[in-house]
Design a binder for this molecule. Structure first.
Ligand SMILES: [Fe+2]
Length: 433
């Protein structure tokens, strides 16, 4: 096998080990639905194998279907998450057996396929990148399910570098054009393409994501009780949900507590806030005299190298994420404190844009000019429109293989079981420009 194929095989093994670790528990926990927002864990497990069978074995490899009768069960579009527990899903033992059988054949296809041929599905290993990223995204979803389950002891924690205080709360991005999206990232999804030039007036963006301490000040200032700070539909959500703090937060004895993977602990004020929905992020920003950055502002601040006239894959350059640059890949089961990664700063000095928490942006999920769906409409195209807001940057639970400056995630503005936070921005005044 070539070095490139070896690398793909290593990534396939790594992501599978991750999926198996999250499902290495009692059958009852795998079969149960922990929230109507989520699938039973065993559904995710067989679904990633079925997706791999569809794309690598059948589409790229031309292999006859192994289990065509289960395709329907694992089609995410046919069965909303709330209904999945009633499906005749494969049980845990059968699911593991099925995905292992698929994987063995996938490695055979990898061995024999030409990754430099004209087929865009094969070229640069795109189809393998597709299934590797897809499985990592489901692994992150499984972590969100495990968090909702409140079962203790299922998710490992770890050590992260300490934070630091800089005194400089925001960084300036001067007026100018930059290249948004990509034509050159081989595993980029269709929604990240094609690259196009866009001009942005000068703006300020937070050096770090908004921390728990700053967010607690918003709550204590009565932020959840004052419609003034909320968009009209956000205020409706606030009244209907009765939310008074981020999801998983409680107030007791004058202290904020949070429950994280079954453990309750004081809220660490120096960590980025997570488990807030878009409406909460939007209200906080208004209260702080700021606004959420647009998706373009976020991307430029993250990766545009004006001196070189090119976009970087990551804020620090094109080298793969190292532990001193970003908190990715579930090193610990939480975001790192603010200021933990000075070596991960972007050309403009923004930090922790990659990893820690997904960051809500002001933008709705729309195609870039010249968008073409590939390899299927249901990946991105059917979600375009005003129902979804874009999140950027990946969380602590996202794997380096599924994170880059141009990567776009999207969700409903009410969602907060995801590992979501935000940072604020503001337009530069005429004197500042
Ligand atoms: Fe999926």
């Amino acid at each position: 096998m070539s070095d490139f194929k070896e690398r793909i095989a290593t990534e396939l093994t790594a992501v599978r080990n991750r999926s198996l670790a999250y499902t290495d528990t009692e059958d009852d926990l795998l079969l149960r639905q922990h929230s109507p927002l989520m699938s039973p864990l065993v559904w995710d497990l067989a679904h990633v194998g079925n997706y791999e069978e569809l794309w690598v074995l059948r589409e790229a490899g031309g292999i006859t279907p192994l289990r065509p009768e289960i395709d329907d069960l694992y089609d995410a579009f046919k069965h909303p998450r709330a209904n999945r527990p009633s499906l005749p899903m494969l049980g845990p033992v059968e699911a593991r057996h099925y995905i292992e059988g698929v994987r063995g054949r996938v490695l055979d296809v990898l061995d024999s396929i030409d990754l430099h041929g004209p087929d865009p599905l094969h070229r640069d290993g795109f189809v393998f990148g597709l299934v590797i990223q897809h499985e990592h995204q489901h692994d992150e979803t499984m972590l969100a399910t495990l968090q909702l389950s409140k079962e203790p002891g299922l998710v490992r924690d770890g050590v992260l570098p300490p934070g630091r205080v800089t005194g400089e709360e925001e960084v300036f991005v001067p007026s100018g054009s930059f290249l948004m999206g990509t034509d050159i990232q081989p595993w980029a999804y269709d929604n990240e393409r094609p690259a196009y030039r866009i001009h942005l007036p000068g703006y300020w963006i937070d050096r770090f994501p908004v921390g728990n301490g700053a967010y607690a000040a918003f709550i204590e200032d009565g932020g959840y009780d004052d419609p003034h700070w909320w968009a009209p539909e956000g205020w409706r959500w606030r009244q209907e949900s009765h939310a008074t703090a981020p999801l998983f937060w409680t107030r007791e004895g004058g202290t904020w507590w949070r429950t994280r993977f079954g453990r309750t602990e004081p809220v660490p004020m120096e960590e980025p806030v997570q488990h807030v929905c878009w409406y909460e992020a939007d209200a906080y920003a208004r209260w702080a005299g700021r606004r959420l950055p647009t998706e373009a502002e976020w991307e430029k601040a993250c990766g545009w190298d004006a001196a070189a006239g090119r976009a970087r894959t990551y804020p620090w350059g094109d080298d793969v994420p190292r532990p001193d640059r970003a908190n990715l890949g579930h090193r610990a089961a939480r975001p790192a404190p603010l200021g933990a990664f000075p070596a991960g700063a972007s050309p403009y000095g923004a930090e922790q844009m990659i990893g820690d928490v997904w960051e809500w942006t002001d933008s709705v999920f729309l195609p870039y000019p010249g968008f073409r769906s590939f390899p299927y409409r249901e990946y991105s195209e059917v979600f375009f429109g005003k129902d979804y807001r874009v999140l950027r940057g990946g969380s602590w639970a996202a794997d380096p293989a599924a994170v880059r400056t141009t990567f776009r995630n999207w969700d409903h503005p009410i969602r907060r079981q995801i590992f979501s936070g935000f940072r604020c921005a503001r337009s530069a005044s005429p004197e500042e420009v």
